[in-house]
Design a protein around this ligand. Structure first.
Ligand SMILES: [Zn+2]
Length: 504
């Protein structure tokens, strides 16, 4: 019986009885945001004979039915899907639609594939190192030999979760090198292959990794669950690489993997000193559930109001009373800077700036999920920002690991310049270009602090603008760490102005 199949490039929302013949390029379980032992969905990347790719997703209700049955790199005939528009903020591959499994979906493995598997879209190390611009949303594959390793380090996140981090050095056949940073399970996966005295080459194929450029240095990072590392496996690409490697330089008895000393600087995150500090980073997690992304406040000022007295809320800061409380954002997020992550508390003004909506608008228009924060909050995910945080003595002495964000800047150009300068900086060095100590308040900034009595125009904003001068930005560390002691007793009282610290 001649069967006809659809192509992934022809998908639309108008029909349900789709029929595809596809390879599974990648399949992974997505853990629940709230309980990582629970699987939220099974995600897949499909590829058809034309090389087109699409995401397919098995929703929670069907996870048990399909768990373990669909295997990576195998070909399947798959029928009947519900097509939904892909509105996810965090993208794995550019995919306009998501093929969602329903109870009618059927999947049959094809034993004799009718077209060859071309599973990887490789990027060379040279391409990555020489790229003008690195897009963190861009995921690709890399094949290389492991030629160096750092000792793994233990990390404990602020949520008390233990994980590991390890740097390995990769080399291609032309001896170009790049660092690759592995986390968590991938560290456990590679360690047995890197034991001292290993003389066999260790070939890795990194699937769906991303490049990050910090301090002018490009390295490879995994990207949540979609990333996978294949080590010395039977994949034809690994076999080919190994054969070429050994024909260029026959196997010797010398050790192939050298130990490197820990070279990583914990950049901004590790070196925080008391007072206000600017850091750069990307929002990578929202630590909030259904009810802990906002607080009830006075309608006249940002002070928290708890329980109504009678049927009115009375503010013990300004004395204002009202029949209902206002809603303001208070959201804990995690920010990652290429080497480490910290927890930050974003208050109302910054959340409105990032999210584009007020807390009350969100509560009024979005239905509450089971145990989830409103989807609009995802607008802030993956945003690279310059954040002014207030490091309090409690952060240092009592190891309170949550820092309060006082201002944000999302201007790409300024972030880029600031990133380069901060991360390349060493303590107590002065600038050659005369950049660091000169202060130019740029007209590009909207710094109307008049309405904001608690925020004196301190050195911080000026420092940022001084980075816009044209001299080479090499040694400008101190300016970002200096600044007057900040008198901000904050918390609910800290949000008085509505000025936006971002360029128009
Ligand atoms: Zn008040």
């Amino acid at each position: 019986m001649a069967e006809s199949y659809d192509f992934l490039g022809d998908i639309n929302t108008k029909k349900l009885w789709w029929s595809f013949k596809v390879y599974i390029i990648r399949i992974w379980e997505l853990p629940s945001k709230f309980n990582e032992k629970e699987v939220q969905s099974i995600e897949m990347i499909l590829q058809d004979s034309k090389g087109n790719r699409m995401i397919a997703s098995i929703p929670k209700a069907l996870v048990q039915k399909w768990s373990g049955l669909i295997i990576q790199f195998q070909m399947y005939a798959m029928n009947n899907f519900i097509v939904v528009k892909n509105t996810r903020i965090a993208q794995t591959i550019p995919s306009q639609w998501i093929l969602t499994f329903s109870h009618r979906t059927t999947v049959n493995q094809i034993q004799e594939p009718s077209f060859p598997l071309e599973a990887f879209r490789f990027r060379t190390i040279v391409e990555l190192l020489n790229a003008d611009k690195i897009l963190q949303s861009d995921l690709f594959d890399v094949i290389a030999e492991v030629v160096g390793k750092e000792d793994p380090r233990d990390l404990v996140t602020t949520k008390g979760k233990e994980t590991k981090r390890m740097v390995i050095v990769l080399e291609d056949l032309e001896h170009n090198k790049i660092d690759c940073i592995l986390f968590g399970k991938m560290v456990d996966q590679i360690l047995p292959h890197l034991e001292d005295g290993t003389v066999e080459p260790v070939i890795v194929l990194l699937q769906f990794f991303k490049a990050i450029r910090w301090n002018g240095k490009t390295s490879l990072h995994s990207h949540f669950e979609v990333s996978k590392i294949h080590i010395n496996s039977q994949l034809k690409e690994i076999e080919t690489f190994k054969n070429r490697l050994l024909s260029d330089a026959p196997a010797t008895t010398s050790v192939r993997i050298s130990q490197i000393s820990s070279q990583s600087k914990w950049s901004t995150v590790d070196e925080l000193t008391q007072g206000p500090t600017w850091i750069t980073g990307t929002i990578v997690a929202i630590n909030a559930g259904k009810k802990d992304w906002y607080y009830k406040s006075c309608r006249n000022c940002p002070k928290k109001v708890d329980t109504p007295i009678g049927n009115r809320y009375e503010c013990d800061k300004c004395g204002h009373t009202h029949g209902s409380a206002a809603l303001r954002f208070k959201v804990e997020v995690m920010v990652y800077d290429g080497t480490g992550s910290i927890s930050l508390l974003l208050w109302d003004r910054e959340m409105v700036q990032l999210c584009g909506k007020r807390a009350e608008q969100i509560r009024d228009t979005e239905a509450e999920g089971d145990d989830e924060y409103p989807p609009t909050l995802n607008n802030i995910m993956d945003r690279k920002l310059l954040l002014k945080i207030n490091v309090k003595s409690a952060n240092i002495k009592q190891f309170d690991q949550i820092y309060t964000v006082m201002k944000i800047c999302d201007d790409e150009e300024i972030i880029e310049k600031n990133t380069q300068s901060v991360l390349s900086a060493e303590p107590s060095t002065n600038t050659e270009g005369g950049c660091s100590n000169s202060v130019h308040v740029s007209a590009d900034f909207n710094l109307k602090n008049d309405c904001d009595p608690e925020y004196n125009l301190d050195a911080m904003e000026e420092s940022i603008s001084s980075l816009k001068c044209k001299t080479p930005l090499k040694r400008t560390s101190n300016i970002l760490k200096c600044g007057s002691q900040f008198v901000n007793e904050t918390d609910e009282d800290g949000q008085l102005s509505t000025n936006k610290f971002s360029r128009k």
